[in-house]
Structure formats: structure tokens, C-alpha cells
Design a protein around this ligand. Structure first.
Ligand SMILES: NC(=O)c1ccc[n+]([C@@H]2O[C@H](COP(=O)([O-])OP(=O)(O)OC[C@H]3O[C@@H](n4cnc5c(N)ncnc54)[C@H](OP(=O)(O)O)[C@@H]3O)[C@@H](O)[C@H]2O)c1
Length: 373
């Protein structure tokens, strides 16, 4: 049995601490991965600073981390798709309510990953590139393909055009980068938003039109771009995204549905050392009032909305569609790109806290990654 170590979080709102950890054993439907690279998402620092609000079920000490890439070292008794030694990427779901297990968190040397949330990767794809994908792919796929979200046609190797256009607000985010690629692979045209410095980037992913989300006229401009198009729906990434998408969807023909990944209030302020005792109650109050305002705006415009929870695909057919049917061959054949590119922020468990701080300070079309040699 190899020795495991983890970047533990011992209580909500405390920094990570590296220490020994039990080596995970796989359940029947899991694989154990020796992680070679992990990526950082907003989710991890949001849980760290606001876990008592957002992930109240977590029992501490625990291990955060969603994105892993590495080699399979053990497979569960019912796993037939993977063998020891396979190179894989995996979406670790240890912080989910129905898991709540340190062994299934990503920020450690060995992680137990659900077989249906892992995909083989080609030899040409470095682990630090592969690690940028899992949570972002899962979140985009939940929003686009689940029946309770946009319910779009699934991606495939040679999708026929659907004749419909998807709005991806925040195309240069990590999740937006997947939403663009997945929607294009499913036969949708994509209109997106980003800062001008990322216009070429989102076009390279397949977006046909891109608008600057900071332009005061952006909502009117996107509505004009949709004239004569059938809206497939909208996916909203970024704190201002949901309100804008609701206004746009309300002015379009087609599926007036907005799948929302980002709440309308940022959690970043909670990480500031001088945030004050009332920071959390104030944030809760702003969250409630902003969400009520969104619901009022949506109802007035006859737009349906739903929040995305980026792991729900593990319990429906979308997980299998993505991690078994689509991603392995799309990566191997170069039809799907592991973007945004990694910014390697460290080389060991001890660097993960620093990497989380960097991600919280803000990235632009980049994914913060830590390698685990
Ligand atoms: N609900 C879920 O399950 C779930 C799961 C994963 C992520 N999320 C949320 O989804 C969002 C995206 O996550 P991520 O990891 O992809 O983020 P990320 O890569 O860290 O986002 C960075 C990008 O955000 C863009 N951005 C900043 N403000 C924006 C705005 N108001 N509108 C549009 N884009 C904006 C920036 O674009 P430019 O540089 O081009 O300006 C930058 O490229 C986050 O809010 C995250 O918390 C939710």
C-alpha cells in the first residue's frame, strides 16, 4: 500500500495543511488515481471561505479539489473500462453531500474517483493540460444537456447543424470554454461574450460571434445578433451574467431558458482578512435580494431559469455521454481541446493553497494547475 498525503482543510475558513492521509480503496464503481496534476476552481476557495454557508454538510477534516489527472493504480470490482496504468482525467466529487469523504477529494496524491466521471486521455496530452477539464466540462454539460436544464442535443463526432444558436455568457471562463466546444460539437451555433483580449480565443473554440460584456450596449447588441435566429437557450457564467442573459432571452425567439452557474454576488470579499464580522450576513442578504430580483425579471419576461450544480451529471445519462461516449475519442482525435491553457502555479501539495489564492485573485482564459510529481 503506497503512502498517501493530502492538503487537508481541518475546519471551515482555515488554510490548507499538508499531512499524511489514508490511501483510498476503490468502491465497486470507482478507480483510484495517482494524481500527477490537479487544477483549481473557484469552488474550492468558495468552500474554504464560505463552507458554512454553501457546503454545510461537510465533515472536517476533509480534502477539497475536483480536477485530477494521473495514472490508475487500482480499479473497483465492477470496473471494466479502466486498467492499472491507464492515463486518465477525473472529476473528484468528495465534497458532494452524498459523498462527503476525504478519500474522494482531489487535493491529495491518491483519489478515489467514480468510474463514470473519469475518461482516458491520449499519450500526447500532458497531465497538467488534462487537469483543466473535469469540473468545467461537467458543469457545462449539466447546463447544456440535462433534461432539467437546456436539454440540448448531445455532442458527437459529426453532428448535423441544428439551426439553433446558443448564448454562452462568459465564453473565456473555464466553464464557458467547455460550453462553447460542447455546443459546437452538438451542432449549435454559439454567440458569446468575453473581454476583447479573449475574442480570438473564444473564436478559436468555435464561437461565431463575440461581444464585450463590459460594453454598456452589450445586451442590445446581443439581442440584435439573435434577430432571425432560434435561441437554443443561454448559459450564464460570471456574476453579472444571469441578469443580462434573462434580458436577452426575453427578447429572443426559441428556448427562453437560462442555465445559471454563477450566483449574482461574488464570494471573494469573504477571503479578505479585514472583512469584518458582518461580512457573511451582509452577503447572505445581498444573495437573497439579488436572487429575488432575478426571479422577478425572469417571470416578467417569461424566461425560465435554473441553477446548475456541476456534479449532477454523475447520476444521469449525461455523465456517461460525456466521460465515456464523447470525451475519450474527441480528445484522442483532436476534436476537443484541453483549454484554457494551464498556468502551473506549483509542484506539490504545499503549493495548492497559494494556487487557490491566485485563482481567487482572478484569471483570464487560464486555469491554475499544480503538478504532483
Ligand atoms: N454551479 C456550479 O456547479 C459551478 C461549477 C463551476 C463553476 N461555477 C461558476 O462558474 C463561473 C465560471 O467558473 P470558471 O472556473 O470557469 O471561472 P474562471 O475561469 O476563473 O473565470 C475567469 C473568467 O471570468 C471572466 N469574467 C469575469 N467576470 C465576468 C462577467 N461578469 N461576465 C462574463 N465573464 C466574466 C473573465 O473573462 P475575461 O478575462 O475575458 O474578461 C475570465 O476569463 C464562476 O462564477 C464559478 O463560480 C459554477
Amino acid at each position: 500500500m503506497p503512502t498517501n498525503a493530502a492538503a487537508w482543510i481541518k475546519a471551515a475558513d482555515t488554510p490548507l495543511e499538508v499531512g499524511l492521509a489514508p490511501c483510498p480503496r476503490p468502491a465497486v464503481d470507482q478507480i483510484v488515481v495517482r494524481n500527477r496534476a490537479v487544477a483549481i476552481n473557484p469552488l474550492e476557495w468558495i468552500i474554504q471561505v464560505a463552507g458554512n454557508l454553501t457546503y454545510r454538510w461537510l465533515t472536517y477534516p476533509t480534502v477539497l479539489g475536483s480536477d485530477v489527472a494521473g495514472e490508475v493504480v487500482e480499479v473497483g470490482s465492477e470496473v471494466t473500462r479502466f486498467r492499472v496504468g491507464d492515463r486518465v482525467l477525473g472529476h473528484a466529487v468528495g465534497t458532494d453531500k452524498d459523498s462527503n469523504k476525504a478519500a474522494e477529494g482531489g487535493f491529495q496524491l491518491y483519489t478515489a474517483v467514480l468510474e463514470r466521471m473519469a475518461a482516458p486521455i491520449p499519450d500526447t496530452l500532458a497531465f497538467e493540460d488534462a487537469a483543466v477539464l473535469p469540473l468545467a466540462v461537467s458543469t457545462a454539460a449539466c447546463g447544456l444537456f440535462q433534461d432539467d436544464q437546456l436539454g440540448l442535443r448531445h455532442p458527437s463526432a459529426n453532428a448535423e447543424p441544428t439551426g439553433q444558436t446558443l448564448l454562452v455568457w462568459g465564453g473565456s471562463t473555464s466553464v464557458g470554454s467547455q460550453a462553447i466546444q460542447l455546443a459546437v460539437a452538438a451542432g449549435y451555433e454559439v454567440v458569446t461574450t468575453a473581454s476583447p483580449r479573449n475574442f480570438d480565443y473564444v473564436r478559436s473554440l468555435g464561437a461565431s460571434q463575440v461581444f464585450d460584456y463590459n460594453d454598456p450596449d452589450v445586451v442590445a447588441d446581443v439581442v440584435a445578433a439573435f434577430q432571425g435566429c432560434t435561441l437554443a437557450g443561454a448559459v450564464a457564467f460570471g456574476t453579472t451574467s444571469a441578469a443580462s442573459c434573462i434580458r436577452i432571452a426575453g427578447a429572443c425567439q426559441g428556448n427562453r431558458f437560462v442555465s445559471i452557474a454563477t450566483p449574482p454576488v461574488s464570494f471573494a470579499h469573504l477571503a479578505e482578512p479585514d472583512r469584518g464580522r458582518l461580512a457573511m450576513p451582509k452577503l447572505i442578504a445581498r444573495l437573497v435580494s439579488s436572487n429575488v430580483a432575478l426571479q422577478v425579471a425572469a417571470r416578467r419576461r417569461e424566461v425560465r431559469t435554473r441553477y446548475i450544480f456541476g456534479t449532477t451529471l454523475k447520476a444521469n445519462e449525461v455523465g456517461t455521454v460525456i466521460y465515456r461516449d464523447f470525451l475519450p475519442s474527441a480528445l484522442a482525435e483532436g476534436r476537443y481541446r484541453a483549454l484554457p491553457a494551464p498556468t502551473v502555479a506549483g509542484h506539490g501539495l504545499a503549493d495548492i493553497q497559494h494556487a487557490m489564492n491566485l485563482q481567487r485573485e482572478g484569471v483570464s482564459a487560464a486555469k491554475i494547475v499544480v503538478t504532483l510529481p
